[in-house]
Design a protein around this ligand. Sequence first.
Ligand code: GCU
Length: 670
Amino acid sequence: MLNEYDCWFQKRQITVPVKLPDVIYSCASGEIAAQAARELQNGIKRLTGFSPVMHVNPDLNRNAFFIGVISCMENYFHLPADRLAAGGFLINVKEDRIYIAGQDEPGLLYGVFRFLSLLSLGQIKDGFETSDSPVSPLRMINHWDNFDGTVERGYAGGSLFFKDGVFDYDSGRVADYARLLASAGINRISINNVNVRAKAKLLITEEYLREAGKLAAIFRPFGIKLILSVNFSSPWSLGKLPTADPLDPSVALWWKERAALVYKYIPDLAGFIVKADSEGEPGPFQYNRTHADGANMLARALEPFGGEVIWRCFVYNCQQDWRDRSFDRACAAYNHFKPLDGAFDKNVILQIKFGPYDFQVREPVSPLFGSLLKTRHVMELQITQEYTGHQIDLCFLPQVWEDILNFNAGRQGRRIKDMVSPFSEGEANIEGFAAVVNTGKDNNWTGHTLAQANLYGYARMTWNPAFTAKEIADEWSVLSFGEGETARRISKLLLKSYPAYEKYNAPFGVCFMVTPGLHYGPNIEGYEYSRWGTYHRADNSAIGIDRTASGTGYTEQYSKENTAIFSDPKTCPENMILFFHRLRYDYVMRNGKTLLQNIYDTHFEGYEEAAAMLEEWKNLKEYLEKEVYESALSRFERQLENAREWRDQINTYFFRKTGIADEKSRKIYS
Ligand code: GCU
């Protein structure tokens, strides 16, 4: 039975084929190592009922857990020659002696957590050996939490950190949160919304920094460093300078002094994240400066303290005239940032949304990946379900991410997942990931209990982008529900959810048929005649945007191979064909059916699949905790309602536009 607060840390009595030692010897002494030892002690208690005791002086003749950093473990056991990366670990089980060694203290912590997971997964036995290292150095979580306690695009209750304009949190809960994140490998967290408005601007003032420092101290033993979102205009909005021009020496000085103050309270702060010249946020364009000017100025302020600037590339004109067909928002990020490749300081990291639009259910991977060879960068994903069902609808996002990670960026012939590694000049390396998180004050953290799988999945996939969605679904289900039939069925349910969601949502990569502002439920022309630049341009005979060389030219931003693939409707992946092409409704797709018939069919199917998911959940009733069953049940019911609305509105819209009936004569509501 699942206690939903505990997520993948369920209490249960497991049977282990080895005799677990009753003593822990730790040869590391830092704060993170001490946490690792405590986690091991508590974790063993959680899974077996007994708590091993901690000893300082090792007795090498005893059966025990021997844990520490690799440099001090040589005396205990023979270490393999292969080097681990930072954060890596190895685990060795020899009869009743268990060795967990980290490359460094965070590595030890990750090793302990992995050992506990493997114990729950039934994989620990005599002779067991494994070693693992994170593939991405940067594994970040972004909170879009506002100081008033609300969460932008949050669907799981209020902020875990703020309320009524001040820091307001339950430190026990924050520590539990840090444990959840660290257990799956997260090492950075930004705590406030990238839209830094109202009181949030005060975060870099003494009064608030004192509190931020206390929060940082809760995350620190878990190897997680804080990042603060800052407002680019702070020198004038906060500092009362006449300008925030990044090339003005008084502005640069203001930031240097501010950085010194910030680091006084949070000495290990990872850095600042900045949303500049984006959706109304201030930035260097106001002063006719480039984004490199802006980012580098901040980077130089943080550099003496080892801090980094994470600079978002979500820069586009959101005041577009819908009548102007020559301008294409999809081109914006590449147009702004590709010319600046190599112009950024070494402690600037660009944060690029995975697609050219905005976390759509299906959109192509941004052409910036594979193009930036001289600039550090990470990929931004979205765990919070802004466009994927608000944590009312089940939508297992590791499936979305798996597709993204498998995309072949063309340049240097590599898939996204093969490009993830530490930065190296001249290579298109992606240094890691950031994602807008889906957690809040709800008891189960994520609103929909099964949406916990998205948080877990994000962390695991950023640790190693080679993990598949299926591996993650299976692992998460067993950790949460225990080994057995229930876990197997829940894993299958997860894996059915994204295909179903995509089918009843906007078809074939067309994007933005969603209710404006809210972003839940259909509104087919909701964004069509607005300023946001996200149009589908459906008329009576055709739909979609020609983004080829003869259209907006977006396809030309890709590698030669990808330009060729995307430019031809015959080779363009059909699940995003309307993103790249304007097609007549009678265009015949690869399955021999017209585009219109495919739209009808997918929407009928998506609804049926949502109905089947609800039935499957009902069938699981007797195996689930009442609270878990009921809260998710009401969500599955609302999801079916939502799927029905999408199906009926989309199908009706196209039926009205074309006057062409469904070839299977199903009822299309008019
Ligand atoms: C989307 C989202 C906003 C958010 C923005 C961003 O547009 O709807 O709420 O602020 O992305 O990523 O900055």
